[in-house]
Design a protein around this ligand. Structure first.
Ligand SMILES: [Zn+2]
Ligand SMILES: [Zn+2]
Length: 272
């Protein structure tokens, strides 16, 4: 099996596991038809994969190889032991992805694309894959820039991507964890209950809990909201502009960034 096949196998295993768990320990009641949303979110993923393949191939891993051959980037210069490098790189990359996420909410132009992710009326494992192809392209370019600056090994990049994908599926899943386990996990990682608050229609809640893997960035940088105004099972998921399934059809999602809609979630001060 090559790296891509391993990545896909891990993705599929986590996806099916979460989907199965959602059917037995569902946390939040759904408002939209699950199969309908699954089809839309998976169609978006399919397009995202095609677009990335078309423009970049195995971009981030390729960039790591390219930088490694030329000795570019911090860790190619430091030449630390592999394990130590991987440990620090994964943490730094996670912080950089946190910052990217804050910027996506802060700048109205970026929010136009990121709103596609937030427009899902329910959250489940498939929501972790729901991104506009242009946001995915932008993220890829950002990641390549980070890889050039940091100079991680190809293994480190593969490990980081596997963790990021796995965690995105976990944190978006609609599963119930015992309260004590949730609180314990939250000291270190982002849990489904923590990320669900980020998908609330309440603006203050949407603009909180930006973390992907580690929950520490939100705590340290003051964006952590431990509890929503409403109890978890009654959090209204999505954005206020789009409340019906017709408004978030596949076609509308693709066109969403280019339509004139009030950008009332942006963190930017000019946008009210
Ligand atoms: Zn967001
Ligand atoms: Zn999300």
């Amino acid at each position: 099996m090559d790296a891509n096949q391993i990545r896909f196998a891990i993705f599929l295993a986590i996806f099916l596991l979460m989907l199965g768990l959602e059917s037995v320990i569902q946390r939040h009641p759904t408002v939209d038809v699950k199969t309908r949303r699954l089809k839309i979110n998976l169609a978006l993923t399919g397009i995202d994969i095609l677009v990335v393949r078309l423009f970049f191939g195995a971009a981030a891993v390729g960039a790591a190889q390219f930088a490694g051959e030329r000795g570019w980037g911090l860790f190619n210069y430091l030449e630390w032991p592999e394990g130590l490098e991987t440990f620090f790189c994964v943490i730094i990359l996670d912080l950089m992805i946190y910052i990217q996420h804050v910027v996506l909410h802060m700048i109205p132009f970026f929010w136009r694309f990121h709103i596609v992710h937030h427009s899902d009326l329910d959250l489940d494992v498939s929501s972790g894959l729901r991104f506009h192809p242009i946001e995915i392209l932008g993220s890829m370019l950002y990641k390549i820039g980070l890889v050039f600056a940091l100079g991680p090994s190809t293994t480190t990049v593969l490990i980081f991507e596997a963790i990021l994908n796995g965690m995105a599926q976990f944190s978006h899943s609609n599963i119930t964890l015992p309260e004590s386990l949730d609180r314990l996990l939250r000291y270190i990682i982002v849990t489904p209950d923590m990320h669900r608050i980020h998908h609330s229609v309440e603006k203050e809640e949407t603009n909180s809990n930006f973390g992907f893997n580690l929950s520490v960035w939100d705590r340290i940088l003051g964006t952590y909201v431990p509890d929503a105004l409403k109890p978890q099972s009654r959090i209204v998921i999505g954005v206020s502009q789009f409340r019906t399934s017709e408004e978030v059809s596949f076609k509308n999602l693709m066109m969403m960034p280019f339509r004139k809609v009030p950008q009332n979630y942006s963190l930017s001060p000019e946008e009210k």
